[in-house]
Design a protein around this ligand. Structure first.
Ligand code: ZN
Ligand code: FE
Length: 265
């Protein structure tokens, strides 16, 4: 099926992606606009009409542009709708979402299911569209890595990542940061014998040398190369046990060790 939508990255700060979903009517939706100025510049340059904003979690690099974009929409003669997580303290939301909610955008052209992903923050959510195979997952799953556990437990984060790993392999992962190369430097220390990881690393080194984005990734790829989706693998368990000098009976314990190794990498 030919997609009716374009998904473009707007670069913000040093390594954020603000995703812009555009329909065939030049309407657009922004995901996690931390910086309004780069969004307004992009919208004006491409002559788009902003209709909605989706927010995954409360961190300022994801919500910082909200107030200014709402004002900007008024200059475009439209009222925009802002969607975000119900259990986080974010001002200016019109709709507060929890898992199982479905939202429709662009006059019912585009539908998203809401997935709860506690871990990075306690109320973090993702937006998933089945027909476009697109997942907007903020700071939960990155290519080759995952978000830091600022508010959640390792158990919550592993559950959240496991949910995402059950999405179809061809699901495109639109995360909010270009962290891939740094993540893979770490991943290779965890799974030095993973040949798919090695070839993806070679690929990513080349892309980054040309300043090309590595995102979107896919769920199928991440399951093969991302250590945080692979805490059940015996090689990773073994390494985590060696590094921590203890027996790790559960995937959660393995995951927690890998996450703390990454925090100190
Ligand atoms: Zn964040
Ligand atoms: Fe972030």
């Amino acid at each position: 099926m030919v997609s009716m939508f374009e998904i473009k990255a707007i670069n913000a700060f040093s390594d954020n992606f603000i995703w812009c979903i555009i329909n065939n009517n030049s309407q657009c939706v922004l995901v996690d606009p931390g910086d309004a100025n780069v969004c307004i510049e992009f919208i004006e340059k491409n002559q788009l009409h902003l209709t909605d904003i989706l927010i995954t979690h409360h961190h300022s690099d994801h919500v910082g542009g909200l107030a200014q974009l709402i004002d900007f929409a008024k200059t475009q003669d439209s009222a925009i709708t802002v969607y975000g997580p119900a259990s986080e303290n974010i001002s200016l939301l019109d709709h507060k979402l929890v898992e199982g909610n479905r939202i429709t955008l662009f006059d019912d052209q585009l539908e998203f299911a809401v997935i709860d992903l506690p871990g990075h923050t306690s109320g973090h959510i993702a937006f998933y569209n089945e027909s476009e195979n697109a997942l907007f997952c903020g700071d939960t799953l990155f290519s080759g890595g995952c978000g830091r556990l600022f508010e959640g437990t390792p158990e919550q984060m592993l559950n959240s990542l496991t949910k995402l790993s059950h999405l179809p392999d061809n699901t495109k992962v639109y995360c909010a940061h270009e962290y891939t190369l740094a993540n893979l430097h770490f991943a290779r220390t965890i799974e030095p014998k993973n040949s798919q990881l090695q070839s993806y690393y070679d690929n990513v080194v080349e892309l980054r040398a040309k300043n090309i984005a590595t995102i979107p990734s896919t769920i199928g790829l991440e399951k093969q190369i991302n250590p945080f989706l692979r805490s059940h693998c015996s090689d990773i368990k073994q390494l985590a046990e060696q590094q921590s000098a203890q027996l790790l009976e559960t995937d959660v314990k393995v995951f927690a060790i890998i996450r703390s190794l990454k925090d100190n990498f």
